[in-house]
Design a protein around this ligand. Structure first.
Ligand SMILES: Cc1cc2nc3c(=O)[nH]c(=O)nc-3n(C[C@H](O)[C@H](O)[C@H](O)COP(=O)(O)O)c2cc1C
Length: 185
């Protein structure tokens, strides 16, 4: 879950997607909230490629990311891109992301998080990740959240999300055997 601001809608969307993943049952899942992770703006003195970290918050984040075989990024659209906390969290690490698959759940206003996901593609490619060709997109997210903060998916969205998880699982299995042990170059 990439959004961190007070009053954010991210938890409603992420809780819903996580519940779909639990029903899907293809993955042992962990919901990670960047607001709880609480990374400061990148404050490591050395580039991340060697994994030689100076701070405990980086070591904890490294362990969280390293432990996963696949990711689903739940990201809001901010100013025709994704939010800064997500970029910061990506930039902190390198090897931990490398060679692993990632799916996207984008949400926002009229553009349904499409520009957020498009903007993520070159960034995850730079990290050596393998983005799934197919995402979940949620337009006008505010209107889909009830007074008690629950996300009500539009008809067909759960099937869409399940299809994305199916494809992510296939990609994860395929990449597990092909994954390089170290970044190239
Ligand atoms: C700083 C900011 C910029 C935004 N820019 C866009 C935008 O460019 N396109 C869009 O569709 N929605 C935009 N929105 C609407 C958000 O996508 C929507 O408020 C969403 O709930 C934000 O996610 P969050 O509530 O988890 O922070 C913006 C919202 C914020 C706070």
């Amino acid at each position: 879950m990439g959004s961190t601001r007070p009053g954010r809608r991210g938890p409603a969307v992420a809780d819903w997607f996580h519940s779909v993943a639990l029903r899907h049952a293809g993955f042992a899942t962990e919901l990670v909230d960047l607001a709880e992770v609480g990374l400061p703006l990148l404050d490591e003195p050395r580039p991340p490629q060697r994994g030689d970290y100076a701070h405990d918050h980086t070591r904890r984040w490294s362990e969280t990311v390293r432990a996963a075989d696949a990711y689903a990024f739940v990201v809001p659209e901010y100013n025709h891109s994704y939010n800064a906390a997500t970029k910061n969290a990506l930039d902190y690490l390198a090897r931990e992301w490398h060679g692993k698959p990632v799916a996207f759940v984008g949400y926002g206003g009229v553009a349904a998080g499409a520009r957020a996901v498009q903007a993520l593609l070159p960034v995850v490619a730079a990290l050596g990740m393998v983005p799934l060709n197919g995402s979940v997109h949620i337009p006008f997210v505010r209107q889909a959240i009830t007074d008690v903060g629950r996300f009500e998916p539009a008809p067909g969205l759960e099937e869409n999300a399940t299809g994305v998880l199916d494809a992510l699982l296939r990609l994860t299995v395929a990449l597990a055997t092909a994954r390089p042990t170290a970044p190239i170059g």
